[in-house]
Design a protein around this ligand. Structure first.
Ligand code: HEM
Length: 400
């Protein structure tokens, strides 16, 4: 083989999925088995390291020599829009400690398990209302628009103090931010617009004593208007897109695995574990977590030099047979808690207690409230979100 032949073999990421839309791209599985720390190529021709093993990714996510700061040399971006999002007006998800910790700490009390548990009755009431509205007088609907998006959107609006009436506006901006097809300019305009929206909202709360997160942040007087805006935008976008897509995709997975759906209906005690299994199996943050080395380090026996980018493929890690026996099977009874769907280390998802509660409630309400739940379209016609930063389905026609 000539050198030229070898260079054409470098995998371009994100790679395409194979026959099963729930499975990660087969090329990631092959890399994990044969070359777990490999070179891959990005849209702009640059090459970075790709990690695919569960153990390597857990180790990497705890290593402070890998930075989450998008302005550091070598940081990998998967599209021009993502570069725009990660380099300007980024919130603490794209910062390192101590700055990251300073900002994150201001929100931890809002998302701790105890606080989220106290919200359960409210979230359950919202989910039940949505189910009633969706089913009233008809026997079919699009689950995405009528249930999966409204539920987490209503909840995050409540927590942040954002008026839900504005949902069409912020969902549209959020779609632009998360689409791989958006240009850098489209992302810049949508992000600046959303940041201005939050800034104005925060300012309007200065003289009121509401209980929501944005009100609390503005009254603390420790943050600049820009910091409040980027934090609010991060929470608003992350707070609804992720859970919404997990809800639709989990329902679709259960409809395609009727034996697992039956187990869940027969034993409601399995719901919590089932949500962890869905998070593992579906890994909706499907294009990898991005980091760059700020010092030389070694992972999985491979030397990574300062200034080299690294993509951590949590979807490949969550299908690692070393970590999860029979990893490609859905098993609502397995212990999937070691999954990396929420990341790991200092940037591990802040909203995970909330996401878990919302998903447990959503699945419970849907599968027990709709005993005849079924797909209303051939599976082959369902539009999957390959084009988005957060995987899922664009629509999910269901009947009952
Ligand atoms: C971070 C996934 C729901 C807010 C993350 C990260 C992942 C993730 C993988 C780590 C990113 C990295 O290390 O680069 C998910 C999934 C969710 C979900 C799969 C739902 C199923 C939520 C919700 C919220 C939220 C509901 C807010 C209410 C955040 C924030 C961060 C984050 C603020 C940044 C944390 C930091 O940098 O310290 N999420 N997330 N997420 N998530 Fe989530």
């Amino acid at each position: 083989m000539t050198l030229a032949d070898q260079s054409t073999e470098v995998l371009a990421v994100p790679a395409s999925r194979g026959a099963c839309p729930f499975d990660p791209p087969p090329a990631y599985d092959q890399a994990r088995e044969h070359n777990p720390v490999s070179r891959v190529q990005l849209f702009d021709g640059s090459s970075v390291w790709m990690l695919t093993r569960h153990q390597d990714i857990r180790t990497a996510l705890q290593d402070h020599r890998l930075s989450a700061d998008g302005t550091k040399p070598g940081f990998p971006f998967l599209s021009p829009g993502r570069r725009q999002l990660g380099t300007q007006s980024a919130s603490f998800i794209r910062m390192d400690d101590p700055e990251h910790a300073r900002l994150r700490r201001m929100l931890t009390s809002d998302f701790i398990i105890k606080r989220v548990e106290s919200l359960r009755p409210q979230v359950t009431a919202i989910a039940s209302d949505l189910l009633d509205t969706m089913t009233r007088g008809k026997n079919h609907a699009d689950l995405v628009t009528e249930f999966a998006f409204p539920l987490p959107s209503l909840v995050i609006c409540l927590l942040l103090g954002v008026p839900y009436e504005d949902h069409a506006y912020f969902q549209k901006q959020s779609h632009i931010l998360l689409s791989a097809a958006s240009s850098a300019e489209q992302v810049r305009v949508a992000r600046d617009d959303l940041n201005d929206y939050i800034k104005n909202l925060a300012e309007s709360k200065r003289d009121r004593d509401d209980e929501d997160i944005i009100s609390r942040l503005i009254h603390r007087d420790e943050l600049t208007p820009d910091e409040i805006a980027t934090m609010g935008t991060l929470l608003l976008v992350a707070g609804h897109e992720t859970t919404a897509n997990m809800t639709s995709l989990s329902i679709l997975t259960l409809l395609r695995n009727p034996d697992q759906l039956k187990r869940l209906r027969e034993d409601p005690g399995l719901i919590r574990g089932a949500v962890e299994e869905m998070l593992r199996y579906l890994s909706i943050i499907h294009q990898g977590l991005a980091r760059t080395a700020v010092e030389d380090l070694e992972i999985g026996g491979q030397r990574i030099r300062a200034g080299e980018g690294v993509l951590l493929m949590i979807n490949a890690a969550n299908r690692d047979h070393e970590a999860f026996p029979d990893a490609d099977a859905v098993d609502v009874g397995r212990d999937a808690r070691r999954h990396l769907a929420f990341g790991f280390g200092v940037h591990q998802c802040l909203g995970q207690p909330l996401a878990r509660a919302e998903l447990q409630i959503a699945l419970d309400v849907l599968i027990n409230g709709l005993p005849n739940l079924r797909l209303a379209t051939p599976f082959e016609e369902i539009p999957f979100r390959d084009d988005m930063l957060v995987y899922g389905v664009h629509s999910l026609p269901i009947a009952w």
